[in-house]
Design a protein around this ligand. Sequence first.
Ligand code: 5GP
Ligand code: ZN
Length: 146
Amino acid sequence: MAYDADCIFCKIIRNEIPNTVVYEDDVVKAFLDITQVTPGHTLVVPKTHVADIFGYDADLAAAVFSRIPKIAQAIKASDPAIIGMNIVNNNGKVAYQSVLHSHFHLIPRYQPTEGFAMTFTDNSADYTPEQLQQVAAKISAQLSAE
Ligand code: 5GP
Ligand code: ZN
């Protein structure tokens, strides 16, 4: 299990700093995010220190991701006012990652307008089908090179 002595989530995993635990097993720990963007906002983190999704292999992904549905379902079942959930995973500072130990935000949703919002800009007019094909081909080439 990788440990980074400078990492706040590694310290939370070891209970070296206070935290409000929701669930834990040998692979993940789930605890309440200190900001509580909405009530019940939970972070799911791998117990091994990995900075972001780019550091996962398939085994770690299978182990971590397999825990997420049951934690999400438990959050939803905990309050009948919860009618949806955003699951958010930020990777890199440019993508709003502030803690460099991989984590998944489980943000229960109670109403359309509350502490959490997302914007998806529609840039489809900027691309021809040929350009989209080139973008896809570059990504596909990386996958087939593995
Ligand atoms: P990011 O911006 O990296 O996706 O999210 C990091 C999250 O970690 C933030 O939502 C922030 O509130 C949460 N966080 C940072 N420090 C602590 C802490 O000491 N305890 C808890 N419970 N959450 C923290
Ligand atoms: Zn860590």
